[in-house]
Design a protein around this ligand. Sequence first.
Ligand code: NDP
Length: 239
Amino acid sequence: MNKSLVVITGASSGIGAAMAQAFSSQGHPLLLLARRIEKLQALALPNTLCRQVDVTDRQAIAAAVNDAEAQFGEVDLFINNAGCMLLGGLDTQDPAEWQRMFDVNVLGLLNGTYSVLPAMKARKGGTIINISSIAGRKTFPGHAAYCGTKFAVHAMSENLREEVADDNVRVIVIAPGAVETELLSHTTSEEIKAGYEDWKESMGGVINPDDIARTALFAYQQPQNMCIREIVVAATRQQ
Ligand code: NDP
């Protein structure tokens, strides 16, 4: 059983929390990052360091990684999962919302990658999993800024994968369709939220965080010389 250190950002709810449970159940020590540290601690997973870290703070991520490596050895897998979705029309939503999505979904993901990439390249091994979205492959009304962040995740991941291929580092993108989590709750427009709920109902419900956790485990557990570059996973009835 592989017991290398796994880092998961945004592990305090939804997909991140499900991935933490899944990787822990396989015997991995974990470093879990999010702002709500009490929710990380409530997962009560063994061999796990929980740190209150905002992914927009590059130094804080690096410090947490250093502490975890001192305890558990080098990071073999870093999952950039933290993200936010603040849906709205570009002309009607508060510009601070676009700013936040780019800060967290794009710059936060670069910060996380930067904290482990030099060491992975130096030792010629390691895996980065970036959680994007189906909204990184196709567009939806009211999603312009969110889609912009997730299209960026695909572009950056593909570019990075080419850059580090010779160093035997894998870069994997998982792009979920709608998943039942807290993600929608942060959108401020009640009208958009209601429309989104109706859309989920029209397809008979959406997939669960455990479905994505299983997908991440599957991708990671392939041999290091095989990189699943991208997985798009959604409810069968999602259009
Ligand atoms: P949740 O809202 O349940 O989880 C988001 C996580 O990100 C939380 O743990 C939150 O923790 C963390 N987070 C948000 N901002 C920051 C920050 N600045 N610093 C550190 N952590 C942060 O939603 P999901 O589980 O659905 O989202 C996880 C990922 O999956 C996101 O990247 C999302 O875009 C993506 N995704 C989700 C889909 C869905 O339908 N649910 C579909 C496609 C992709 P805290 O608030 O404690 O900091």
